[in-house]
Design a protein around this ligand. Structure first.
Ligand code: NI
Length: 136
């Protein structure tokens, strides 16, 4: 089994909050990321897929195809957008990096399977110090 990771970056705004809570309670629970006036992060998304090498090709998934899948399904929808209000696959979810990783997994998995590979891990760094990994 071989694993390949494709790295992408995007910038997006978000606010972590429960709308029914006061700003004070949101600040207490979610911290600075609950700022009612929004803020953004430079996110780093790493998508790891696995598969068996096809002998006649020497690879299992064309990296151009993997890049295209990630761009069409994720980057074009989220880059320079507001995660809470503009990203269809995050509708109704609290805009945490954890929820984002799960949503991105669900968006990518079928398309990657169609190309004979398996999605292994979606990893998102919200800052240099905080990284979330989801393995399905
Ligand atoms: Ni934040």
């Amino acid at each position: 089994m071989i694993y390949i990771t494709r790295r992408e970056t995007f910038c997006a705004a978000h606010r972590m909050c429960r709308e029914e809570w006061s700003d004070e309670k949101n600040l207490e629970i979610f911290g600075k990321c609950s700022n009612p006036a929004w803020h953004g992060h430079n996110y780093v998304l790493s998508v790891t897929v696995r598969g068996e090498i096809q002998e006649e090709l020497g690879f299992f998934i064309n990296l151009t195809i993997l890049k295209k899948i990630i761009h069409e399904r994720i980057i074009e929808k989220i880059d320079h957008r507001n995660i809470n209000t503009e990203v269809d696959f995050m509708k109704g979810k609290i805009a945490t990096t954890e929820n984002l990783a799960i949503a991105i997994w669900n968006e990518l998995k079928p398309a990657i399977s169609e190309h004979g590979a398996s999605l292994h891990c979606v990893r998102i760094s919200e800052t240099e110090n905080n990284t979330i990994e989801f393995y399905g």
